[in-house]
Design a protein around this ligand. Sequence first.
Ligand code: MGD
Ligand code: MGD
Ligand code: MO
Length: 766
Amino acid sequence: MSKSTKRNISTTGDITFSDLKVTSPSDYAAGLTAIKSTIAHLNKEAGLYKALSTLNTMNQKEGFDCPGCAWPDPDTPSKLGEYCENGAKAIAEETSPKRADASFFEKYSVETLSRWSDFAIGKSGRLTEPMILKPNSVHYEPISWANAYELIAKQLHQLNSPDEAVFYTSGRSSNEAAFLYGLFVRAFGTNNMPDCSNMCHESSGVALGETLGIGKGSVTLDDLYDAEVVMVIGQNPGTNHPRMLSALEKCKKNGGKIITINPLEEAGLVRFKNPQKVSGIMGSGTVLTDVFLQVKINQDVALLKLMMKRLLAKERNGEGVFDHDFIAKKTSGYQDLIASLDQQSEQVLLKQCGVASAKIDEAVDLLAKRKRIIICWAMGLTQHKNGVDNIKECVNLLLLKGSLGKKGSGTCPVRGHSNVQGDRSVGIMHHVSKPLNASLKKVFGFDAPDKEGLDTVHCIKAMYEGSAKVFIALGGNFVSAASDTNYTAEALQNCDLTVSIATKLNRGHLITGKTALILPTLGRTEMDEVKGKKRFVTVENSMGKVHQSAGGRTPVSTFLQSEPSIVAEMANAYFDGKHTIDWLTLGEDYELIREKIAAVYQGYEDYSKRSKGSGFYLPNNVRVGDFSKLPGGRAQFSVCPVPNYDLKEDEYVLMTIRSHDQFNTTIYDMNDRYRGIHGERRIVFMNPEEMKAKGISEKQVVDLTSNYGDVLRRAEQFKVIPYQIPKGNLAAYFPETNVLVPIDEFAEKSNTPISKSVVVKIDAKH
Ligand SMILES: Nc1nc2c(c(=O)[nH]1)N[C@H]1C(S)=C(S)[C@@H](COP(=O)(O)OP(=O)(O)OC[C@H]3O[C@@H](n4cnc5c(=O)[nH]c(N)nc54)[C@H](O)[C@@H]3O)O[C@H]1N2
Ligand SMILES: Nc1nc2c(c(=O)[nH]1)N[C@H]1C(S)=C(S)[C@@H](COP(=O)(O)OP(=O)(O)OC[C@H]3O[C@@H](n4cnc5c(=O)[nH]c(N)nc54)[C@H](O)[C@@H]3O)O[C@H]1N2
Ligand SMILES: [Mo]
C-alpha cells in the first residue's frame, strides 16, 4: 500500500491478489459471448429489466447519448438498439441500485475507503446528496447546497489571484454545462481549465491544427463505408469503441481493406461477429484486418517513414502512387519531406520498428493503387513524447495520397469520452483565444483573461508547489487519471479546497484538499426537469456532429442537481448579483444557453432546432478541402525525427492500456476477456521468449520501477503473463501503473503524459 501524507490515505488501496485465470486470447470480438457477458453484467449490477428498458432508448433519436465512447450513431439507428457490450456496462454503472449516501459516509471514513480497491470504491454506488469533508475530519458529512456554494464562493474570494484556482473538466459534460463552466471561469478571471483532453487527444489537436487547420478529424461515418483502405493505428476498438467494428464490417463488405498497426494483435481487429445480426451470432463473423503490422511501442514514425519510402520508390518507378495535382495545388513542404525520406536508412528504420519487411510490402501494395484512405488512431499514437509527430506522420501519408477533402478519405482521431470534443468546441481550453475573448466581450460585456492558463500537468505542478489552492472538477477522477499518482496526490492534498461534481464515488473523493466537497449530479440516463418542464442537453460526437441527449429515468435522488444548474449556482454565489450575466436564468434555461453558444461560436445557427433527430455537422475545413487559414493557404507536410530508445539490458518500454472491463478509472469487472485474462488486474504482459531468457516464470510476482530525474517510482506486485508482444515491450493496465508515469515526461507541444512509453525495469525480488 502506498501512503500519502496528511490524512492517512492510500493512493492504491490494499494490494491483494484474486484468483487469476489465464486462457488463450480470443481471435474475434463480440458475437454471442458479448451478448452473454452483457446480460450477466446487467443482471448483476442494475437489475436486468431496468437496465434493458434504459438501454432501449440509448442512441435513438429521442433518447440519450451513450455515456461510453464518442463513436457516432448511424443516421438510422438499429431497431435492436444502437449499443454495445461496453455501452451497456456504462449504463449499468449509472443505474446501479447501490448508494453512497450520508449513512455510507458515516460508516466509512475516507481513510478506510482509500484502502479499498478502485473496483470496490466504484461499486459503492451513486452519490445522492452534497457532502463536505471538513479539515481534520476523516468522515464526509451532509451539507446543504446553499452552504456548499457559499463555501466555494468564500474560498474563491480569499485567493490572492484568480490564477490560484483550477477548473478541471472530464469529457462527459454536455455542451450546455461546459459552455457555462467556461463562461464562469473566464468571468472569474483565469484560463486555468485543464481537461481530460490534455491526457488524451491533445497531441491530435495540436498536430492536426498545425498541418490541416482544424484540431479535429475530417471523416464522417459514410466515409468509412466508402474507404478503399482504413488504417487503424494505436487503437483497440473491440474494447473501447465497439460500435466502430460495425462500420469497419460495412467497409469490408463494400470491398475495403484494413491495415492494423499495433504492438498487440487485438481481437476486435482480427474478426468481428456482429451481435446485431443473426449471421454474426451464429456464423464465423467478418475478418477485419487484412495486414497486421506488429510494431514496437512508439516506433510508428519509423514504420510510417518506411512505408512512405517504399511508396516513393514505386512512384519513382512510374507506378503513379502520389497525387501530384493535390500536392501541387494544396500542400507545402513536399520537397523537404522527400529529401528527409531519402536521408533515412531502410535498414535502420526496419530494425527500429521491428516489423517484417515482407509484411510492410503487403501494406504498401494495398496503399499504392488506392486513393480513398482513412487513418484512424487513438491513445497508441498520442501518449508518447513524440505524440504530435506520430500524427503528423499520418497526415504526411494522407497528403502524399491526396486522401483529404474527398469522399472515403481523411483523418479519424477516435475520441474517448462521449462529449470531450463538444466540451472543447464550446470553450473548455486553457489556451487564450483572442477571437473568443472578443466574442465574449461582445455578447456578455466582460473582459476575459488574456493570460495562458494551466493544463493538466502544469496545474498539478502548481498545486504541488502551492501556487494553486482551489481545485474544482466538473466530472472525472483526476487523481487516478493523471500521471505520477503519488505526486498528484500530494498536489491535491496541498489545496485548501477540492470540489468534485460527480455521479459516482471514486478515489478522487478520498485524496482531497483540506476541505473537500462532493456535489452529486444527474447522469446521462436521468430525466432533467425544472419546474415540471423536461430539458435536453446536446453533445458532439467524434465526427463533429451535434445532437440532443435526454435521459428518461427518474433521478436516483431528489437532491441531485444538473451540471448547468450547479455551475450557475456557483457563479451566482461568487458574483452575488454583481455581474453582467444573470447566471441563474442561464442555468435554468438551456435554450438560452444554446442561443448564447450560437452567438459566440460559428456553426451553431438555429441550434436547438437543428440538434433534433440525428443533429447537424459543425463546419470542417478539411472535409471541404479548404486550407486557406494555414500558412500560404496550404496543408503542411512535416519532417519529424525518429524516436530512439537506447534501452539498457534490463530496461523495457511499458504501455499502460485499458482492459475490456473498465472505463478509464471506473473498473466494471476484473476481466480482460479478449486478452484471456480473468479475475485479476495487477498483471504485466511480456514476450514469452524474453521471459525465458530473463528467467521469469508465468504468474511470477514482480514490481515495476521507473527512474526519471533521479526519482525511483515503484508499482508493486504484478503477475507476469506471457503474451505475443514485441521483445523489449511490456503492457499493463492503468490506473494501477500511473504511479510510474513521471510528471515531467510529456509530449512536446501537447503536454500529454507519456502513458504509452514509460521506460521501466522489472524488480523480481518477491
Ligand atoms: N469500454 C471503454 N471504452 C472507452 C474507454 C474505456 O476505458 N473503456 N475509454 C475512452 C477513452 S477516454 C479513450 S481516450 C479511448 C481510448 O481508446 P484506445 O486508445 O483504444 O485505448 P487504450 O487501451 O489506451 O489502447 C491503446 C491501443 O494502442 C496500442 N498501442 C499502445 N502503444 C502503441 C504504440 O506505440 N503504437 C501503436 N501503433 N499502438 C500502440 C495498444 O496496444 C492498444 O491496442 O476509449 C474510450 N472508450
Ligand atoms: N496511465 C494512463 N493514464 C491515463 C490514460 C492512459 O491510457 N494511461 N488515459 C487518459 C485518458 S485518455 C483520459 S480521457 C483520462 C480520463 O480521466 P477522467 O475523465 O478524469 O476519468 P474518468 O475515469 O473517465 O472519470 C470517471 C468519473 O467521472 C464521474 N462521472 C461519470 N459520469 C459523469 C457525469 O455524467 N457527470 C459528472 N459530473 N461526473 C461523471 C464519476 O464520478 C466517475 O467516477 O485518463 C487518462 N489517464
Ligand atoms: Mo480519453
